[in-house]
Design a protein around this ligand. Structure first.
Ligand code: CP3
Length: 375
């Protein structure tokens, strides 16, 4: 009797979970090469997308930004979708990534973040001492990010199944860094001082961020995100030892907790990518965290990376964004060489970091075409 009740309850929860996804009625995917590559299945062609593919190198993006503040674009689904669509109108890309920023989580935790032209993000009141942690508002944080879910759902419909939609978040250490430094930093001196001087408070902050990230990613999957990428862009500032101590456990927690959360609701788990810039020293360790895809920066050799991670992980990357300033002939040669080194299986072509603002449009055209023709 007791068992039967539990079974019925479980069945009800399952149905509710499946409905949470199905009710959207999204159009079927026409090009699923990205998802196939992430799952280790055969592809028709090597999929390619570019970090920051919606950005300032596109004149039409600049045009939107003339009229709207950066975070207004993020918070307005119509604008976020327009900007997300811009690179797809120009290039034969195999994925779209929802337009947003990693710093919306600190905002949802109650911090003010401004985007200053020519400077980047600025936090007028960064975290200075552990006492400032009390000012953060983790309760209900995900509820302040529903605009991202709305943009994702709208985008899935706008895409009409053309390519998959990637959702993303910043990783705990990278977000902690911005919250303490108050913006970008060349040294991360203040955040590193936190790790040494306030280890317990640092753990508390990293755990708070981990929980907010799991809620946020769950919301993105329910809204329609088909692959999730975690940006640990500030891994480059940590020694290997510190990366293993201050980044890796939280990255693992995110994957484990999200999987559990989705399974409980019978929502299919989506593939996940970890992009830990500058952590090529720990590829073996990254390969144990349960992520399907590991993103590489350009300092890592594709053949060596494959040896490190083994055959069951997909690699993503890793052309140097500065190579995009070379001639089309050179870009084509470098891209072809890169794709041949990675091979057709378990590979997603990308740059080794975000595309930079002055990149010529023809470089993107060349990159995308060269990937598709390489093998
Ligand atoms: O990839 C995409 O097309 C999706 C959009 C996206 C943006 N930011 C838009 C953006 C993504 C995935 C991000 C992630 C992000 N944001 C990261 C991780 C990736 C990385 O580059 O390491 C980080 C560290 C941030 C924080 C952030 N946002 C910084 C440091 C800056 C300033 C960068 C600069 O070059 O000035 C931003 C601003 C930002 N985010 C822009 C865009 C298109 C440019 C700002 C503008 O339009 O004025």
């Amino acid at each position: 009797m007791y068992c039967a009740l539990i079974y019925i309850l479980y069945a009800l929860i399952s149905v509710a979970g499946t409905c949470a996804i199905k009710q959207h009625n999204f159009p079927p995917l026409k090009n699923d090469n990205l998802l196939r590559a992430a799952r280790g299945e055969p592809v028709d062609r090597v999929p390619v997308w570019v970090m920051r593919q919606a950005g300032r190198y596109l004149p039409e993006f600049q045009e939107v930004r003339k009229h709207h503040d950066f975070f207004t674009v993020c918070r307005t689904p119509e604008l976020a979708c327009e900007v997300t669509m811009q690179p797809l109108r120009r290039f034969d890309l195999d994925a779209s990534i929802i337009f947003c920023d990693i710093l919306v989580i600190p905002q949802a935790l109650g911090m003010i973040v401004e985007m200053h032209a020519g400077v980047g993000p600025v936090f007028p009141e960064p975290l200075q001492t552990p006492a400032d942690l009390a000012k953060l508002t983790p309760e209900g944080a995900v509820g302040r990010l529903t605009y991202v879910g709305d943009a994702i759902t709208m985008m899935r419909h706008m895409l009409e199944g053309r390519v998959p939609l990637i959702g993303f978040t910043g990783a705990p250490w990278t977000l902690m860094g911005y919250m303490i430094e108050g913006g970008g930093s060349k040294t991360m001196a203040k955040s590193k001082a936190w790790l040494t001087d306030y280890p317990e408070d640092s753990k508390m902050l990293l755990s708070m961020l981990t929980n907010a990230i799991v809620d946020y990613l769950e919301m993105q999957v329910k809204a329609g995100a088909q692959l999730l990428q975690i940006f640990e862009s500030s891994a480059e500032h940590l020694s290997k030892e510190d990366f293993l101590k201050w980044a890796v456990p939280y990255l693992k927690d995110i994957r484990d907790k999200l999987d559990e959360r989705l399974k409980q609701q019978s929502i299919p788990v989506v593939p996940m990518t970890i992009f830990a810039k500058g952590a090529g020293h720990s590829l073996k360790e990254q390969a144990t965290l349960g992520y399907d895809v590991i993103g590489l920066d350009w300092t890592v050799d594709p053949v060596e990376a494959r040896k490190e991670v083994g055959p069951n992980i997909t690699l993503q990357g890793n052309l140097d964004p500065q190579d995009m300033y070379k001639t089309p002939v050179e870009i084509r040669a470098l891209t072809t060489e890169m794709v041949r080194k990675f091979g057709k299986d378990r590979y997603i072509a990308n740059l080794g970091h975000g595309i930079t603002p002055q990149t010529p449009i023809i470089s993107m055209e060349t990159l995308v075409d060269a990937v598709h023709k390489a093998i």
